[in-house]
Design a binder for this molecule. Structure first.
Ligand code: BGC
Length: 430
């Protein structure tokens, strides 16, 4: 199946967004309420109004040659009040999917991307033992309505991010610092994933279902002596918390001791593909100045390493080590469900894309079945606590512009060229 380059003929070239980050007016959600908490917190507001401008966006995608789009649906929109499903919202999502079909763009559907309905948040969200059942009601409904469309499903996007940021570091809603709650939340999310996996397969036994996991490349800085030993210890611990304990639980069906005890029915091996979200490397450095973060400077950057607008290290090799690690653990096809860069001026994005694709092509040469690549993001969007300050889009949008004019960046043309040549030339010149 190989062409001249190392990308197979059926490699899927796509890009991604999530509902809350692009749709706008997701008013019945916990994030909307979190955004209203203080004056200084950025508001998603109309976001980039994908809810009304999807047709224009899909036409742009088709022009770029995108073959697939990872799109999210919002639970809070579909079930704004408990037990009440909003058929107008369903109809709109159906229009969105029909429009993608019309443009010949395949759909990878994310069921949950961090955001929950406000009614569930008020009842304790993922801390409430009933949350799993509530979530599965929503999934059952969504699968019944939408099963004809997706060729890939993502049950949960980066579950460990809202678990860690919501219940340990208090950066995300509900803004808690509580290890016991964190454990409960992860156990419930594991159960929610397992249940969603089963529901989708009941509807479509051939469905391809996965989780999109965040895998930062976490390394110790490499200090000498005790400081170095401490850095290695923290790097190991961080890996376990951020992805390894979750992955081990999914692989074995047994809850990892970090989260509790016991087994979850239907969890073992409950992925048909492994979704990898990869962005950056972190080199964890011991520092007395960082007492509040366990004496670790998370932003320490070796000389000569480029960073994105967020301050994240650009480290293409990390995507290869991640792919290889995940493949060796799960032996399931790999999909790069997210990879991208905050780069408003578009100075580094094209090279970011090509350098990461080169690493992916090396994985393909190693015989690892990487099936597709979704660039994050198709369009600038609401970047959570950073609001619109971080620009990840292949397409630029100024949130102040009353018309929210879509302006494809130069890197979009470069990605488009790569797609048209199926990755044969990773040093494209326009
Ligand atoms: C998330 C996205 C986010 C992106 C850039 C990913 O971890 O899934 O929602 O916008 O990173 O920070």
């Amino acid at each position: 199946m190989k062409t001249l380059g190392s990308f197979p003929d059926d490699f899927i070239w796509g890009s991604a967004t999530s509902g809350h980050q692009v749709e706008g007016q997701n008013q019945h959600s916990n994030w909307w309420h979190w955004e209203l908490k203080t004056e200084t917190q950025p508001h998603s507001g109309r976001a980039v109004d994908y809810w009304n401008r999807f047709e224009e966006d899909h036409a742009l995608m088709a022009e770029m040659g995108l073959q697939a789009f990872r799109v999210g649906i919002e639970w809070a929109r579909i079930e704004p009040r408990q037990g009440e499903f909003d058929m107008e919202a369903v109809a709109r999502y159906l229009e969105i999917f029909d429009s993608l079909n019309k443009h010949g763009i395949k759909i990878c559907l994310t069921l949950h991307h961090w955001v929950v309905p406000q009614w569930a948040a008020e009842k304790g969200d993922w801390r409430n033992p009933n949350m799993v059942a509530w979530f599965l009601e929503y999934v059952r409904f969504a699968v019944e309505q939408f099963a004809a469309y997706p060729f890939q499903w993502v049950t949960l996007n980066e579950p460990m991010v809202p678990a860690l940021a919501g219940y340990l570091s208090a950066d995300f809603p509900p803004g808690r610092h509580n290890y016991f709650e964190f454990r409960k939340v992860v156990r419930n999310m594991l159960q929610a994933h397992a249940g969603a996996y089963q529901l989708i397969h009941q509807q479509d036994p051939q469905a391809m279902v996965g989780v999109a996991m965040a895998y930062p490349d976490l390394q110790a800085w490499g200090s000498t002596g005790l400081a170095g030993a401490y850095e290695r210890f923290i790097a190991g611990l961080a890996k376990r918390f951020i992805y390894q304990a979750w992955d081990d639980s999914v692989k074995t069906g047994k809850i990892h001791p970090l989260f509790g005890r016991g087994e979850i029915a239907g969890l073992k091996d409950s992925v048909d593909f492994c979704g990898i979200n990869y962005y950056f490397r972190m080199t964890l450095r011991f520092s007395f100045k960082h007492a509040r973060s366990l004496f670790i400077d998370q932003n320490a950057t070796p000389e000569g390493i480029e960073k994105n607008d967020f301050g994240w290290q650009i480290w293409p090799k990390g995507i290869r080590t991640t792919i290889s690690k995940v493949w060796h653990q799960f032996a399931k096809p790999i999909v790069i469900t997210e990879n991208g860069i905050a780069d408003r001026n578009d100075e580094k994005r094209a090279h970011y894309i090509t350098s990461h694709l080169k690493q992916i092509s090396l994985c393909l040469e190693d015989g690892i079945p990487v099936q597709g690549y979704y660039h994050w993001s198709f369009i600038d969007n609401f970047e959570w606590n950073e609001g619109f300050d971080m620009a990840f889009g292949l397409v630029a949008v100024d949130p102040e512009d009353p018309n929210l004019t879509r302006k494809p960046r130069k890197s979009a043309s470069i990605y488009s060229k790569i797609i048209r040549e199926n990755g044969r030339d990773l040093n494209p010149v326009l």
